[in-house]
Design a protein around this ligand. Structure first.
Ligand code: BGC
Length: 864
């Protein structure tokens, strides 16, 4: 202990007189949170050493003479903490205390250190990193967003077997020295210099407002997995590249043989390779590089501190590959309990689902973020708004999102504007963006639906109210939300690489639809909370928006002014149509999907709802064709290209293998993964039917072409699972129903209510109904909905139009959808000799005849 004999603490402890400049009344106050740190000071290295010292390391020695029963550390910081007790890492969490707007909330956690404390001498060491507090954030990057000085607040309470206690508190009696972490930044990475000698820094107390303290109510960020990498490339004179086989979030731990000389090792990271090199452009300004200056006797196991990267590949420079013993990806994420699982008979769909899970694992880091690799990694509101139903099913993230929503409330501007990212680092005045700000309404609603915790609605209702008032001011009595800072159906596949907001769908339509949905949810919440006036007000508002919306964007027959997949999907699922318009709109949507050759045409807002819109209007097979598509753009295209996480763009990697030229190209963005929610509800057929899963239904979808699908969920009402299998005309179903939960099973022609317990049901059923009635006419629409038949049609067309892509054929077919299939021959007829057109007609006629006959025997043809 700084050259002095250790003071004997424990029974004989005499606390040192406080050297703090702060007076008693400035010390922490007496709520529970404040009490946890009573008498502690927020300590910092002395001003003159603060920034130059890299990551400062505080330490405190103490001597115990009594048997210890327990040792509990409460800790938080302006910055990030790394804690060691007696030379061992003492807390599992990394990047603690996570990210909040530290001006309003500073979260602390408590850790049990009993296993590391010992009789006699003890040494507690706590290193501080810049993290979100004063490292780079946003673009262009800003530093010191919350303050310029790092600070540590900690209290270690030791309870002895004899019942007495001792608390070690941060104050100016602590020591600080510089460490071998000479630079640390979330975006740029970490520099460790083992050649440098520690310098004493001195300690002083910082002013800080103890009322901001709050105990973290959800699991911290921690290491969740280690993946050993294998070398994949060594360019000429270039560094060796390791592949971890999975795009992850975390860092690289390197084990090397003992070195006999000084050396500098550089580790760089990337999500994809281009020309056998790391593709660094998508990282934009983030350096994502860890550098180690090692001495001859330096450590043989190295890993960075206070940073994280998004990567599948890492290059290692500065050490002979023969001297590398092991390279591991240390995977981190919020340590949330897993809640839901899914699997089916199609490996591509399973991989898609797995990619969604991985993107959630990597992007839930204390808050829900957009991406983990570039100079961004922010809490974008729309991303979680669309992903919340999937997130709630996959992991128990209620408390984490509740905490994030409280950040949102704190960041809401007095005029009701909701910033597009939370915590709000841009601090712009008065921004209101549809689909983004609506997270304030949608996310609490989704959490409530899953958990039944009405308290969530109470807590966040005021924020919703202010948000809706903000939109009302933007729309005026017209109730149509025009213009302003809108991202629309962000990143639909037609948006040019450099203009992601330039989607096909009318932004005013999207914005007004979002307004409608939020008003509708607010009306439901208000009546649920017994707020009669609000319930009336918001249902009037909802009805008003509905009428204006109809006037402005819908024809009487149900056609939309914006003829896009997203527009129809949103309008149908948000409930913006009259009953007599729904079917027409559904048909129109299905035709647009057919016209696009079953490639996706939606962006962030249309994507989560398009499959539901198709299914609710009886176009399940079109939905299935859409999700089964492997050509670009589609959900399975990235899977086919080897993706192991969800991509930000449908074509983050172009079909040529090049990275999308847009400067915003992440390979780990969960927004399009919102489709997993549909996979659970529709492919597995498992759906909650009452708030908090008090009732659920299972509907095996026999139109999928799959042979089985299953899902299970640790619901608040207990473990629920279901698995359907279809083989040889027999449908088998296994369902687990917890006590107190009602389950309804929908089988073809039959509905069964099941009591609690495990159930196995078997029925003989025909998968498909074939063509209805006497199948006299096979139309082009019938044909295009069936992959097998359509492949034969495409082959036939290509005999005469060999250079037509699958999209061109679908576009041509669009005009013949209602006609008998042989009439499609005309689509190639204008510029080719009639004889060839006739020949194509003959082929299509023969095909129709064959299909119609087969249909009677059970071939897959969609119902008329
Ligand atoms: C983020 C998105 C976000 C969008 C909105 C992007 O840079 O990564 O996910 O929603 O900006 O502008």
């Amino acid at each position: 202990m700084d050259g002095q004999p250790p003071a004997p603490y424990g029974k004989k402890l005499k606390t040192k007189p406080q050297t703090a400049a702060r007076r008693e009344d400035e010390d922490l106050r007496a709520s529970d949170d404040i009490a946890a740190f009573a008498g502690c000071h927020m300590i910092s290295p002395r001003f003159e050493h603060d920034r130059s010292a890299g990551a400062p390391c505080f330490h405190r020695e103490f001597y115990l003479v009594e048997q210890v029963a327990s040792a509990v550390l409460s800790i938080t910081a302006f910055g990030l903490v790394h804690v060691e007790l007696n030379g061992s890492v003492a807390i599992d969490d990394v990047l603690a205390p996570g990210w909040t707007d530290y001006r309003h909330r500073l979260m602390y956690s408590t850790y049990d250190l009993s296993g590391l404390i010992r009789l006699g001498e003890n040494r507690l060491e706590i290193m501080l990193g810049n993290g979100w507090y004063r490292g780079q954030l946003g673009r262009p990057s800003r530093r010191d967003l919350y303050g310029e000085r790092l600070g540590l607040l900690a209290s270690l309470t030791i309870t002895f077997v004899n019942g007495e206690t001792l608390t070690i508190k941060t104050d100016e009696s602590w020591n600080a020295r510089s460490s071998h972490v000479t630079r640390d930044d979330l975006y740029d990475g970490c520099v460790m210099d083992f050649r440098s000698r520690p310098r004493q820094l001195g300690v002083e107390a910082l002013e800080f407002d103890a009322v901001t303290l709050e105990k973290q109510a959800f699991p911290g960020i921690a290491v969740t997995e280690n993946i050993v990498g294998s070398p994949c490339f060594r360019g000429r004179d270039g560094p060796i590249i390791y592949d971890f086989g999975q795009n992850v979030v975390g860092w690289v731990r390197l084990k090397i043989k003992p070195q006999r000389c000084e050396r500098t090792i550089v580790v760089r990271h990337a999500e994809v390779l281009e020309d056998d090199k790391l593709s660094l452009r998508p990282l934009r300004a983030a350096k994502a590089t860890d550098i180690y200056h090692l001495t001859a006797s330096g450590p043989t196991q190295i890993e960075p501190r206070f940073t994280f990267h998004g990567f599948r590949y890492a290059s290692i420079d500065g050490v002979d590959p023969a001297n590398i013993e092991r390279v591991e990806a240390i995977v981190i994420g919020s340590k949330l309990p897993r809640r839901g699982w899914f699997s089916c008979s199609d490996p591509l769909l399973n991989r898609l689902h797995e990619n969604v899970v991985w993107s959630m694992r990597g992007n839930f880091l204390g808050i829900p973020t957009d991406c983990p690799q570039r100079d961004e990694r922010l809490g974008w509101t729309a991303d979680i708004q669309v992903f919340a139903p999937t997130a709630s099913f996959l992991y128990d993230c209620t408390d984490l999102l509740d905490s994030w929503l409280r950040e949102l409330s704190a960041a809401q501007l007095p005029d009701g504007s909701v910033p597009v990212i939370i915590p709000d680092i841009y601090r712009r005045p008065s921004v209101a963006t549809a689909g983004w700000g609506d997270a304030a309404v949608v996310v609490p609603w989704v959490l409530y639906q899953f958990t039944g915790r009405a308290k969530l609605l109470e807590t966040h209702f005021e924020t919703m109210r202010k948000w809706l008032a903000r939109i009302e001011r933007a729309t005026g009595p017209e109730l149509i939300w025009r213009g302003g800072h809108q991202y629309g159906d962000w990143l639909d596949p037609t948006a040019p690489p450099d203009d992601p907001a330039s989607a096909m769908t009318d932004r005013n339509l999207v914005a007004t639809a979002c307004f409608y949905r939020s008003a509708k949810i607010a009306a439901d919440i208000a009546s649920l909370l017994g707020l009669t006036d609000d319930a009336r007000k918001y249902s009037d508002l909802r009805n008003g928006i509905f009428d204006r919306f109809q006037n402005e964007f819908v024809t009487r027959a149900g056609k939309l002014t914006s003829e896009t997949q997203a527009a129809y999907a949103i309008v149908l699922t948000y409930g913006l149509l009259l009953p007599n318009q729904i079917q027409k709109a559904g048909e129109r949507l299905a035709d647009l999907v057919r016209k696009a050759a079953f490639t996706i045409g939606t962006g962030f807002l249309g994507t989560p709802v398009i499959l539901d819109a198709l299914c609710m209007t009886g176009h399940e097979r079109v939905a299935m064709r859409l999700i089964n598509q492997t050509e670009c753009p589609s959900w399975l295209y990235p899977v086919k290209m080897g993706a192991t996480t969800m991509w930000e763009r449908w074509d983050s990697l172009l079909p040529t293998g090049e990275v999308n030229p847009g400067e915003m190209t992440s390979f780990n963005h969960y927004a399009f993964g919102a489709v997993a929610d549909w996979m659970h509800r529709v492919i597995a057929g498992l759906r909650s039917e009452q708030i908090g899963w008090k009732a659920f239904s299972v509907t095996p979808p026999l139109w999928t072409g799959l042979t089985f699908a299953e899902a299970s969920v640790e619901s608040p009402a207990g473990t629920i699972s279901s698995r359907w299998e279809y083989f040889d005309g027999v449908l088998s179903l296994k369902v687990l129903v917890p006590e107190g939960v009602s389950a309804r099973i929908h089988l073809p022609g039959e509905t069964i209510d099941l009591p609690a317990g495990g159930h196995a049901i078997e029925r003989a059923v025909a998968t498909e109904r074939g063509l209805q009635g006497e199948p006299t006419v096979l139309t082009t629409r019938h044909a295009i909905d069936n992959l097998e038949i359509w492949t034969a049609v495409e082959d036939a067309v290509r005999q005469y139009r060999p250079d037509w892509s699958f999209q061109q054929i679908a576009r041509a077919a669009f005009h013949y959808l209602d006609l008998p299939l042989p009439d499609l021959s005309r689509c190639v007829g204008l510029s080719i000799p009639t004889a060839e057109e006739d020949a194509l007609r003959a082929t299509l006629t023969a095909l129709s005849a064959e299909v119609t006959t087969q249909a009677l025997m059970g071939c897959h043809i969609s119902e008329a």
